[in-house]
Design a protein around this ligand. Structure first.
Ligand code: 1CP
Length: 342
């Protein structure tokens, strides 16, 4: 096993961490904007295997990252379950809303998602043929809570209030939705692995808004169930969990869920995470994405501080969240150089 990313995920402490970036294929790259224009719109790009593979490869070619992440979106699962999905330019995603048991009843069962998602599996097959031998391929899905927040609100919501309301006022519908997304996610990620994904990642971008018991029931438990099912079917495939803004709840998250690696946002310090999270295994993160916009000596200093803080155990270098469209591609090259010479 020579791929650096897989070695870190297997628990190896490496002299130089493998490097990739959340949203590494994206609007900060001129070549992405060109291919996206060719596809027409964002969803057409996701469902066009040749072009989705092309944008996945672009940042690997340009920067030599140690991993590629499948180009797709967490909201394709709700769409495959039967929700309407569209993107409003400059605003973000819109979905038909789940507000009551009758909305849930109109969704498809979890095993009926593959027809719609077949192009995604084809993208993965193309990527396995075209990626360099040393580059690992990461598949992904949203974690059930985060996907549910979009399905319930019908859009991104800063405080996830509509999802909290359904959780607190109609527990039966809410848990039925979480269960449906959990089953669909197991089916989706299994197919991604069968198509050639070597690692899968669960994005729980809004985990931080779950507190106390809710965090156990709706961040930890669905993640644990998905990981247990995937490990039973595909024992060798490592899984990265990203309970963004979990704070103190990062502690023990890998043990509680069975994740091989926990991804850290940039609200926790690397020194704290090395002491409290990395003791249980591999961690990924946690450079603030803003440094990719501002650059300069702070970018170099921060990238090297994080690299050194995690040097005592398995670590994958990444940002704490996705790179933003206003980032300077030259800062990405500078960041990689800083990490590799830290
Ligand atoms: O081209 C464009 O204008 C579309 C922008 C875009 C991109 C590049 C969206 C819309 N999705 C993506 C791709 C994407 N999304 C990837 C591809 C691989 C990569 O990282 O390079 C991944 C892994 C995601 C995951 C995703 N989508 C998450 C979880 C990670 C995170 O950022 O917290 C979430 C929450 C989404 C929903 C989504 N899709 C797109 C947007 C703008 C959003 C966020 C909506 C919001 O809440 O405001």
């Amino acid at each position: 096993m020579t791929k650096l990313l897989l070695r870190a995920l297997a628990g190896e402490t490496l002299p130089t961490p493998p490097i990739w970036m959340m949203r590494q294929a994206g609007r900060y790259l001129p070549e992405y904007r060109t291919t996206r224009a060719k596809a027409g719109d964002f969803l057409s790009l996701c469902y066009n295997p040749e072009l989705a593979a092309e944008v996945t490869l672009q940042p690997v070619r340009r920067f030599g990252f140690d991993a590629a992440i499948l180009f797709a979106d967490i909201l394709l699962v709700p769409q495959a379950l039967g929700a309407d999905l569209w993107f409003v330019t400059g605003e973000g995603p819109r979905l038909s809303r789940i507000r009551a048991a009758s909305d849930l009843a109109a969704l498809k069962p979890a095993d009926r998602i593959h027809e719609r998602l077949a192009p995604i599996y084809e993208t993965i097959r193309i990527l396995r043929r075209e990626l360099p031998a040393e580059t690992a391929l990461i598949g992904f899905a949203g974690a059930p809570w985060t996907v549910a927040t979009y399905m319930i609100a019908g859009r991104g919501s800063p405080d996830q209030a509509p999802a909290h309301d359904l959780k607190n006022n109609d527990r039966a519908s809410f848990t039925a939705l979480i269960d449906l997304i959990t089953e669909a996610t197991i089916a989706y990620l299994s197919r991604q692995i069968e198509a050639g994904a070597e690692v899968v990642k669960l994005f729980d971008s809004w985990a931080g808004s779950l507190k106390g018991r809710d965090f156990d029931d709706f961040a930890v438990e669905p993640t644990r169930r998905i990981i247990a099912a995937l490990k039973a079917r595909h024992p060798g495939v490592p899984i990265i969990a990203f309970p963004r803004e979990a704070g103190q709840r990062y502690i023990g998250f890998a043990k509680a869920t069975g994740a091989d690696c926990v991804a850290l946002d940039n609200s926790v310090s690397a020194e704290w995470a090395a002491a409290h999270v990395q003791i249980d295994g591999c961690v990924q993160g946690n450079l603030a994405p803003q440094h990719m916009v501002t650059g300069g000596p702070n970018l170099i200093a921060e990238a090297q501080r994080i690299t050194r803080a995690f040097r005592g155990g398995p670590h994958i270098f990444n940002l704490g969240h996705g790179i933003t469209p206003d980032a300077d591609p030259d800062n990405v090259a500078r960041m990689i150089e800083a990490v590799r010479t830290a």
